[in-house]
Design a protein around this ligand. Sequence first.
Ligand SMILES: [Zn+2]
Ligand SMILES: [Zn+2]
Length: 367
Amino acid sequence: MSKPVKFVRGFREPKQKDIDEALGNDASFSNEFKASFNSLPKPTNDLDWLANYREKGQTYAKFLDQCPFLDDRSSLQKYIYLTLLDNDDRLSILNIDRLVDYTKRFFQMEVKLLPLFTNVNWNDKKRTLACTVKGRNNSTSETTLRARYDSTTGHSQICVNHVLNLLKRAVPSDARCLVAITLHDLYSDSSDLFIAGLAQGNCRIAAFSFFRYDPRLEISEEFWFDWKIKKTKSKLMSTIILLRSCRLLTHEIGHLLGIDHCIYYDCLMNGSGHLEEDFSQSLFLCPVDLRKLSELVEFDFIQRYEQMLDFCTENKFTDETDILKKRLEILKNEKPAIETKKRSNNGDEVKRSSKRLKKTVIPNPVE
Ligand SMILES: [Zn+2]
Ligand SMILES: [Zn+2]
């Protein structure tokens, strides 16, 4: 049994009344459907997100106020663009096609791969990744990415802020967002152990690394460069990496679409303070966040779940398959209770958000 850990001081654990209010009393989800979601998990580790961050929660009403994508001007920004920042060899442990497919099913939006970075290779002399970057009007330039390097281990991390700067110049006009994916380790502040990614919602861009999601990886809690890859290969390896990547990518694109961290249920949009917490979180949106998504994109709830169920079944996400089957059964029994409505609204820029994981003091980082 793990020892009890308290929520951070000042965090108000939502009561049923708060959850009902967050969802809005005109929501059409049935009690049975809502009851199929688990409640917000209590922290079990000092590093857990809610043991450290006083999240206030974003109600459905607050989302309508804040989200910049609910007015007509953004209707032309209809594509989620993904771009790969790595060489094919390293990318081979990720099944990009499946990741793209899942993202489509999850958001019910078109997802396109943008070939922005090519000739991505390690430059031994400069001790960083070098690549050719495509600009907006098809111009190209050679770039070496800002990085830090540890000469003892030969390990390096790429500065995520530099990647974001490159993305800023390349966002297509019809993009709802542009997300770079890499298998290279990332950092932002020199005090970071690593960073899973960083989003700049107001610029519609983000960059994420799946490097730390490799189940073969053994990592130190102390030094960013201290990691090794175990030789053993698990049969489940590709399933685990795919599941973890699907979770990270949809959580982060959720932020880019204006959905903040969730405090109402066990939910994909819960914050995570470390990898173990991340890996234990739900792959799905709770009713509050599902309602937000239905404001952004018009979709049929049953059809969306069916598409996600097919994906989870094909890719052997067994727990997720069971959950979706149960929810689909509930929805099919009560059809046609759920409808989606479109509303227009104005809002400020989406807050910069990040899934920054454990921080530590790094002695002598090489930048
Ligand atoms: Zn939620
Ligand atoms: Zn987050």
